[in-house]
Design a protein around this ligand. Structure first.
Ligand SMILES: [Mg+2]
Length: 304
């Protein structure tokens, strides 16, 4: 077991942010349930600690989910870091203009999906490699492969800044494909089910961006915890102060360079609750209740 870094005396009062992967982490890999995480979600909400989803899911999938999970006050990162959704308390008056009907400001951190799809077509014909993108799968195939319901699968296909795909060729082809995409400024990442093609961004760059945003608004460095189960979570787990690798259901190695690392014994939301309890459940590491700041314009600021 890794040694636990010494906590500064004020660590209990330092604002905290929790960043979490969804599929295979907060949500069960097979059934997408999260009952075992419920007590911790309620407690973190009571303490004012934002639970921030960092996921390969689309904005359209996350919006209803954050309502169900009761985390609508927190921002989110969608499509593996390609975009961030900011609720009003996380917006910067000068930098973030305009908001969607649901009150969220969406910031694009990667490239447009049109460019990605265009380059995928080019590399498929130039290299003669085989793969099927999520947008090419039939709805029935997507439902069968992911276990999502049909309405959920429709939302999963509404991509804005990344394209998931199933690789159907060999390792040599994969490396040539990766190199070709790299020359276009695109990145190929492995998730729990799919490979994902995005712009020059990943979960770690997006999490770093949100931490900076928090500091700019609050003037305080937060204590950050990250949880994930897939290789695409590694950059996020290397960006936060404390990390949890949740035991995966995919058999892929997840080894972030992170001294403050805990590996859960349980999978999915059970492992998630186990990991949060490891870092924040003990008496000396427990978060203190948040102080809600009210700014001069009367707006409630992010609480942590
Ligand atoms: Mg996952």
């Amino acid at each position: 077991m890794p040694s636990i870094p010494a906590s500064p005396p004020d660590s209990a009062r330092r604002p905290r942010l929790l960043f979490t992967d969804l599929d295979g982490s907060l949500l069960d890999h097979h059934g997408y349930g999260w009952a075992p995480a419920r007590p911790w979600l309620a407690r973190l909400q009571e303490l004012g600690v934002p639970v921030i989803p960092v996921t390969s899911k689309t904005r359209s999938e996350i919006v209803p989910l954050r309502h169900e999970l009761g985390i609508e006050d927190a921002p989110f990162i969608a499509e593996n870091g390609a975009l961030a959704g900011l609720p009003p308390a996380w917006c910067h008056a000068r930098l973030d203009r305009g908001s969607a009907a649901d009150g969220l400001v969406i910031r694009t951190l990667g490239v447009d999906i049109g460019f990605i799809r265009q380059r995928l077509a080019v590399w498929r014909s130039r290299l003669g490699v085989g793969f099927t993108t999520m947008s090419e799968m039939t709805l029935d195939d997507l439902v069968a492969f992911t276990g999502l319901s049909e309405p959920q699968a429709r939302l999963a296909r509404l991509r804005e800044g990344s394209e998931p795909l199933l690789w159907e060729d060999d390792e040599v082809g994969l490396e040539a494909f990766r190199a070709g995409l790299k020359g276009d400024g695109l990145r190929l990442m492995r998730g729990g089910r799919f490979w994902h093609v995005t712009g020059d961004c990943h979960k770690g760059s997006a999490v770093g961006w949100l931490i900076e945003r928090f500091e700019a608004l609050r003037g305080q460095r937060p204590l950050t915890l990250g949880l994930g189960d897939g290789p695409n979570d590694i950059p996020m787990l290397e960006t936060v102060d404390q990390a949890v690798v949740i035991r995966g259901c995919h058999g892929l190695a997840v080894s972030p360079r992170q001294p403050a690392l805990y590996r859960s014994r349980a999978t999915g939301p059970d492992g998630w609750a186990e990991g949060v309890a490891h870092w924040w459940g003990r008496g000396d590491r427990r978060p203190a209740p948040a102080v809600t700041h009210v700014s001069s314009d009367g707006a409630r600021r992010a609480t942590a």
